[in-house]
Design a protein around this ligand. Structure first.
Ligand code: FAD
Length: 471
């Protein structure tokens, strides 16, 4: 019998439970559908589209050119393809975005009603959200008990599977739309630096994982906070598109370092846990991307300020660590986690702009843009989320810069107009004495912007606004 293997956010051949199950049944027709009807305003942003294009190219190579690519509504396309190739069954790995869950349920029902078989597997999470619940049967809302008492106690994550011993392909004559029909590449070429830095696909994912294990894993606990260092694994876009499974990452680390007491290893595994927690929250609270988790924040007096938003987006706020982060994002499609927290806090607290503005910008510009991690990350920063950073904890971007970018290496890389400033002023150029500024060719307001807000006053304004909703 022939089956369809429907690739979605699992663009890999290794450790792919649905692919293994499909191949066990016989011949397969591997397909990918760019769903342009269901996403509910959540079609991939420009950076994700770029990644997807290259990831599909890479998957197609892994499948020796057999991947069929379509654009349209899976609810219409799948039954049509199944009829026409006389497929008996379809296999996929589950996705957890609310719009995908609803669509998949509909498709499954429709297929089963028409006497097709439809099988779904877990290919993207270490622990499925429906299996981890508190004793009273309700979902956890706080990370540590979720991870330590829930996940780690219920079961060990599944060990990764070997790829299918053999893949036999069904009728290759079936006409697809082809990758070019998806139109995923940018018209204006902004991807030069991005292409040099990233290698979408299974091979690129494996390279980053092994580089991390060799060079950074043991120092992760401290290294992860230094944005000028390659101290983290850079696996987030690969994990988002499923070019590597979290199980492969989890066991690559465990098998290498064993049952160690090493804090760095434990911290890294627990970051994978944060990814799980984001998916968990999205699954149990599907309004996470759109609504404040804590509804007290519905009354929060967010400002509207197009000029300030633009300055933030383009990295021209006059606060060096914030500008460096926003420019890193624009140039590389990535931003270091520590800096995501700093630019986020600056947007929602110092500028008092809604976290949705930040979430949307990240959605369009991050290569790892992920509905679960992005919404959870922004709600955490805003203080409106589950287990969020308390609202009154407002990052001081100068102190953050001085602590995590001591010598200003990161700022100098992305704000080259500040590169000649002494370390002492690199995070507060407005304090540079005249002669020194002149030597460093700094003309505040000309070569580099003046700060767009007063950090102290805007901090107080945020605290006052918070006091209002708290009362
Ligand atoms: P590592 O430090 O090597 O961590 C390994 C993996 O663990 C990551 O690849 C990621 O999958 C997971 N992880 C680590 N930290 C977190 C976290 N805080 N939350 C969830 N998962 C985590 N991550 C995304 O993948 N997509 C997003 O759209 C996204 N948006 C964010 C928005 C904000 C405001 C914030 C504060 C964080 C966001 N994150 C997001 C989480 C985190 O910043 C990135 O996952 C991380 O920087 C990716 O780099 P890495 O792969 O080198 O991470």
């Amino acid at each position: 019998p022939v089956s369809i293997m429907w690739f979605r956010q699992d663009l890999r051949v290794n450790d792919n439970p649905a692919l293994n199950a499909a191949c066990d049944m016989g011949k397969i027709l591997p397909i990918y559908i760019y769903d342009d009807t269901t996403p509910d305003g959540r079609a991939p942003g420009s950076a994700s589209q770029w990644w997807l294009h290259h990831s599909l190219t890479s998957l197609n190579d892994r499948l020796n050119g057999h991947l069929k690519i379509f654009k349209g509504d899976p609810k219409v396309l799948i039954p049509k393809i199944m009829e026409s190739i006389k497929a008996k069954a379809i296999f996929w790995n589950r996705c957890y975005e609310p719009w995908q869950i609803n669509r998949d349920k509909e498709i499954k029902k429709q297929l089963i009603d028409s006497e097709f078989e439809a099988y779904s597997s877990n290919g993207s999470l270490l622990w499925e959200p429906m299996k981890v619940l508190k004793k009273d049967g309700t979902p956890y809302k706080v990370y540590t008990p979720y991870y330590r008492n829930g996940c780690l106690k219920i079961e060990e994550p599944r060990y990764p599977k070997a790829p299918p011993a053999r893949i036999t392909y069904a009728d290759d004559e079936y006409k697809d739309d082809g990758l070019d029909a998806l139109n995923l590449l940018p018209e204006i070429k902004w991807d030069f630096t991005i292409s040099k830095m990233w290698k979408p696909g299974e091979e690129g994912a494996a390279d980053n994982l092994s580089e991390f294990i060799q060079h950074a894993a043991r120092q992760y606990k401290d290294g992860r906070d230094i944005p000028s260092m390659k101290g983290t694994s850079r696996l987030s876009p690969h994990l988002h598109f499923g070019e590597v499974s979290p199980n492969q990452v989890w066991y690559a680390i465990k098998d290498k370092f064993g049952a160690t007491e090493d804090k760095s290893i434990d911290t890294y595994l627990s970051e994978l846990g944060w990814r799980e927690f984001s998916y968990y929250l999205l699954f149990h609270f599907p309004t996470l991307p759109n609504k404040n988790f804590n509804d007290k924040f519905d009354k929060f007096p967010w400002r509207k300020d197009a000029k300030a938003l633009k300055a933030w987006q383009t990295g021209n706020t006059g606060i060096p660590i914030v500008d460096a982060g926003m420019r890193e994002l624009w140039q590389t499609g990535y931003m270091h986690n520590r800096v995501r927290m700093i630019v986020g806090s600056f947007l929602v607290k110092n500028l008092l702009l809604s976290w949705h503005e930040g979430e949307r910008w990240f959605w369009d510009t991050l290569l790892d843009a992920d509905l679960a991690s992005n919404s959870a990350g922004w709600q955490w920063v805003a203080g409106s989320g589950a287990d969020a950073s308390p609202y009154f904890r407002i990052f001081n971007p100068i102190l953050q810069g001085e602590k995590f970018d001591k010598k200003g290496k990161y700022v100098r890389k992305y704000c080259p107009e500040l590169k000649d400033l002494p370390d002492k002023y690199i995070h507060k150029p407005w304090e540079t004495p005249g002669v020194i500024a002149k030597d460093a060719k700094l003309e505040l307001g000309k070569s580099y912007p003046e700060p767009i807000v007063d950090l102290k006053a805007s901090r107080q304004r945020a605290l006052d606004a918070f006091q209002e909703i708290k009362g």
